[in-house]
Design a protein around this ligand. Sequence first.
Ligand code: NAD
Length: 292
Amino acid sequence: MSESYAFIGLGHLGGNLAASLIRNGFAVTVFDRDPAAAERLVALGATTASSPAEAAARAGNAITCLPSPKVSEAVLAGPGGLLEGLPKGGTWIEMSTNGRDEILRLAALASARGVETLECPVTGGVHLAAAGKITALVGGDPALYERHRPAIEAMCAKSFLMGPVGSAAVIKVITNMLAFIHLVAAGEALMLARQGGLDLAQSYHAISASSGNSFVHETESQLILNGSYDIGFTMDLALKDLGFALAMGREFRLPLQLAPLVSEIFQMGKQEYGGSAWSTQIVKLLEDAVDT
Ligand code: NAD
């Protein structure tokens, strides 16, 4: 019999991941502080619970996809949290993006209650998550990974076991640091093409076929050019993850140059457009500078 899962945090990313689990035949019990988010999953076949503890008690394992380590801690270890419901030997799969110190601290809280942790942040964005094609970066015990691999593969096209808990956070923060650097660079490239009087659709294709191409250009430049910016990932989340990259730089004594600069650019973006603006709107800083 396959494992069943509680799924807590059904936002832009978690909603799509939970839907993939349900589509692939897993029994899923959902909880979100926003009842409408839970209802969308009920329409697909999930059952609901009135708290993370109740969902976890019913399922025996729990998955989270939440906006910050602070929220993950409250959902895991706060009143009515997962650790009140998970049985000894149950698994907590954390799919939110955390820094290494944060996931190690949270995993220790779980371990003290006999619950094992598999960290499983994902990379590729909401659009790939909706198509079940996102990539999982996994940290944890290899046997635990094998146990939950069917569920991970129901949500993600590829998964990489990186090492023990904490190792997936390191690579996830690295991949996001690269993505934000690429996004700022792609925005500058598009603005140079625009100011140079080039056809932007043709410039997009030329860059895609060039040595300057990147995954971010291929996926996000489209959203910038069509004016929707709809990446499903906010400035606040970008700043959280850049904060983890800066902390890693300090911890590993690496005088990073680009990450602090890009973090400052996103601070300016947040000031101009708000923390809940899509991260792709960072390009508007340049656009607005030219247009005013
Ligand atoms: P989101 O804000 O869209 O969703 C968060 C969900 O958590 C919301 O539905 C919210 O109601 C719920 N929530 C918040 N506090 C809660 C609580 N106390 N109890 C229960 N539910 C609560 O965020 P998202 O974009 O889905 O991102 C979630 C995590 O995934 C973040 O750590 C983010 O960095 C990571 N991530 C996101 C993407 C993406 O493309 N959006 C990609 C990779 C990783």
